[in-house]
Design a protein around this ligand. Structure first.
Ligand SMILES: [Fe+2]
Length: 380
């Protein structure tokens, strides 16, 4: 760890009930909006109706694009961008889990670009700023509301890759624990695990620095202490708030440092096993961690250990891994890729796909295809 650069242009408004200020906040960006969301959640909870009412009161036009599925294919971005172009939309609003938010922020840049968003996969390929974008997460997990990344799928090639650019940062993130209240226990667990792994991989990343380190350690501690309680008592907004703080912190940390081999492998695991992203990360975490912790400095081992309640350096690696296994157990996550329809003979293909991920570059220990295959075999 040595010098670092810091650029983080997102205004974050965090607090219970803030979602009701969306109309007022949106007015700062124009009068015509495209609201990007998933198919059900906003309608079922009655939130969509209230938002429409408030935009009506402000005499603003609100176009609704509520088609975004989990693990969104890239062409939803292209389709949404067409609506923006055809209707002279001033700004995009994304409300939902990571998928809706990733699609929303990609639409905001794609509408100013000539080609399909899939042409801009990779780091810093987006050449210019798009239109303004406001994001409101309804899960405490991806941290997408504060990152410069949009993760998309290409169903033809079965690739899950990301567009990463400073132009993808939203202008405003309204982060309200109220919106996460209706998330069911299993998705609360999966998205919380995702946030935990973001913080963990950011802490271990080759690009981490003292600033991101303190953000990620805080997130690790909050999730470790509160996620099992939220899993059992999802109606308690004060607990939801803690995990949402943590997922936002994790998002900030990951976008500044990049991730590691857990995410590199979780993406193909998710695509081939058709699994929720947070679950895919859990399935590969322990073998990757075992591999990475072997070379972790004494100083960082102490920091990570203390955060998880491991106070002795003797067998610290094993104790840390045990703590994380305990977290997964408390969330009733069954490990073993074999339990999720992933075939042993598919593992070489998953290793090959994992190697394409940018997250490999920031993994703290060197990775090649053979190592990835070995980790997948251990996780099987
Ligand atoms: Fe993730």
């Amino acid at each position: 760890m040595s010098g670092f650069s810091f650029y983080f242009p997102v205004r974050i408004k965090f607090g219970v009930g803030l979602w009701e200020s969306l109309g007022e906040e949106a007015l700062k960006f124009g009068r015509k909006f495209l609201l990007v969301t998933g198919k059900k959640h906003l309608k079922d909870t009655g939130i969509l109706e209230k938002i429409q009412e408030s935009f009506n009161n402000y005499q603003c036009d609100l176009f609704i694009y509520d088609k975004v599925p989990p693990e969104p294919p890239y062409y939803f971005v292209d389709e949404g961008a067409e609506i923006v172009e055809n209707n002279n939309i001033d700004a995009v609003i994304g409300i939902g889990g990571g998928s809706a938010l990733d699609v929303a922020k990609a639409i905001a840049v794609r509408c100013k670009l000539p080609n399909s968003i899939w042409n801009y996969i990779g780091a810093d390929k987006v050449p210019k700023k798009g239109i303004p974008c406001i994001l409101l997460p309804t899960t405490a997990g991806t941290g997408s509301e504060v990152t410069r990344v949009s993760v998309l799928i290409n169903p033809e090639t079965k690739e899950k890759l990301s567009v990463a650019s400073d132009y993808l940062y939203p202008d405003l993130a309204i982060v309200d624990p109220y919106l996460t209240l209706s998330l069911p226990p299993n998705y609360t667990a999966y998205s919380g695990i995702d946030a935990f792994i973001h913080a963990l991989e950011s802490f271990l990343s080759l690009n981490n620095n003292l600033l991101t380190e303190s953000i990620s350690l805080k997130a690790i501690k909050l999730i470790y202490n509160y996620l099992p309680r939220v899993y059992k008592n999802g109606e308690r907004i004060n607990l939801r708030e803690k995990v949402l703080y943590a997922s936002t912190f994790s998002g900030i940390a990951l976008t500044l440092t990049g991730l590691g081999a857990i995410h590199a492998l979780a993406h193909p695991i998710g695509v081939y096993g058709n699994l929720p992203h947070g679950l895919s990360t859990a399935l590969i975490t322990l073998p990757v961690l075992e591999y990475n912790l072997e070379i972790l400095s004494r100083e960082k081992l102490i920091l990570l250990g203390r955060t998880l309640g491991v106070f002795s350096l003797r067998s610290a690696q094993e104790k840390i891994i045990k703590k994380i296994k305990d977290l997964f157990d408390s969330l009733e996550v069954k490990l073993g890729l074999r339990n999720y329809g992933i075939k042993y003979e598919d593992l070489p293909l998953l290793a090959k796909e994992g190697l394409k991920s940018r997250a490999i570059k920031t993994n703290p220990r060197e990775i090649n295809e053979e190592v990835l295959l070995n980790l997948l075999q251990k996780a099987w």
